[in-house]
Structure formats: C-alpha cells, structure tokens
Design a protein around this ligand. Structure first.
Ligand code: G4P
Ligand code: NA
Ligand code: NA
Length: 192
C-alpha cells in the first residue's frame, strides 16, 4: 500500500539490525486517517470471505483492527495479555513467546467472544516471527472458529513469520512488506 510505504520512509526509524520504530503513526501516536485507509484496504481484500469477527491482540493491533471492523461492519475482539497464570474456565488462553522482546506472555480471549460459527479475520500491526499470529490462531481453533485470513500492517519478510503461516495455507495480506534494512534504510519487497 503506497500511502503506508511512503509513511514508513518518512517517519520510520530502523533500530539495530531488525526493528522498525513507527511510534509516530502506529505504536504510540496514531494517525486515524492512515488507520482508516488501511482498514478499508483490509476490508477490500477480504470482502468476499464472509468475515463475521475480527481478532487482534493488544495494544498496537487494535487501531488497524477497529478500522477494518468498521469497514467490514463486524465486531473486533482483542486478546488481552495476562501477567498471571490464573487459568479461568471462561477464557481461552495460550502462551506466546516473543523473540523480539525475549519474553513469554499469556494471551486470553473470553469464550463469550468467539463462536464456532465465526469466520475470523486476524489483524496485527507487525508480522515478525509469527508467534503472536500462531497464538491467536490457537485461541480461534480452541473455539472451533475458522480463521479465513491474516491481515498485517507491516511484515518483515526477512523473518520467518510469513513462511510459517503460508505453510499452513493461511491467506496472509500485508499492507507493507519489508525485504530488508540496508544501512538503516527500509527496502520493500518489489511487487510483480
Ligand atoms: P511475532 O509475534 O511475529 O513472533 O513477533 P515478535 O514476538 O518478534 O514481536 C513481539 C512484539 O514486538 C509485538 O508487539 C510486535 O508487534 C513487535 N514487533 C516485532 N517487530 C517489530 C518491529 O520491527 N517494530 C516494532 N515497532 N514492533 C515490532 P507487542 O509486544 O504485541 O506490543 P504492542 O506494541 O502490540 O503492545
Ligand atoms: Na507492536
Ligand atoms: Na503487535
């Protein structure tokens, strides 16, 4: 998505070898106009998939997910990150390991908000190693809901996440795909 790529070039900062800081429009300050365009783009891509619900994870997935939900006319559920391991009967829960943050968190969704008739679109801000997405898929599977697509704002294509999800035949649609960081510069995957 051109508008997003241009924004990344303008306001993104490459930290270390593999982290893109986008605090100016996505991870701290949020640009509602850009979120709205992105939501519309996700909605267009998944328009004929019969989506009934969007699932994301707090906190940075929420903004793009809400705009996709608005455009598709469906509710948005965000998985919460829990510190404690107090398991409750009314929650689906799983552990997610973050390679970027080198820590494990437990993510939960109330059983009230996932149904087996649901056709789910997953949305997240970043796709790196795919562990957050895999965790969300697991929660949806526990509810016997169907994950029909995975919409990502920024994919780091040089990390393993996309490949892991494609191996399981998920329809992954990323609005920006980063091929590499070269000398602190963002290089996008060239579209055919
Ligand atoms: P994975 O889910 O694809 O395996 O990713 P990973 O564990 O490596 O990433 C964990 C957290 O770091 C996630 O945020 C993810 O969005 C974020 N992240 C990964 N790579 C980047 C990057 O290059 N830039 C930025 N800004 N974030 C990145 P989180 O812990 O869920 O936090 P939140 O921001 O959603 O609250
Ligand atoms: Na994040
Ligand atoms: Na995230």
């Amino acid at each position: 998505m051109k508008e997003l790529e241009e924004r990344i070039l303008k306001d993104g900062d490459v930290l270390g070898g593999e982290v893109l800081k986008v605090d100016n429009f996505l991870n701290h300050q949020i640009d509602p106009k850009l979120m709205q365009s992105m939501g519309a783009e996700f909605a267009k891509h998944y328009a004929d998939k019969g989506i009934t619900r969007i699932v994301t994870i707090e906190s940075s997935g929420i903004a793009p997910a809400v705009f996709a939900g608005l455009a598709l006319g469906v509710p948005v559920v965000f998985a919460r990150k829990q510190k404690s391991l107090t398991l409750k009967d009314d929650l689906y829960s799983t552990d997610v390991y973050s390679f970027t943050k080198k820590s494990t968190s437990t993510i939960v969704i109330s059983k009230k908000f996932l149904e087996k008739t649901d056709r789910i679109l997953l949305i997240d801000d970043f796709l790196a190693n795919g562990q957050a997405a895999k965790g969300l898929i697991k929660l949806c599977n526990e509810a016997q809901a169907t994950v029909v697509g995975i919409g990502i704002v920024i994919e780091k294509s040089f990390q393993i996440g996309r490949q892991l999800l494609e191996e399981e035949n998920y329809d992954v649609y990323s609005l920006a795909r980063i091929r590499a960081f070269e000398d602190g510069q963002v290089k996008f995957v060239e579209e055919q």
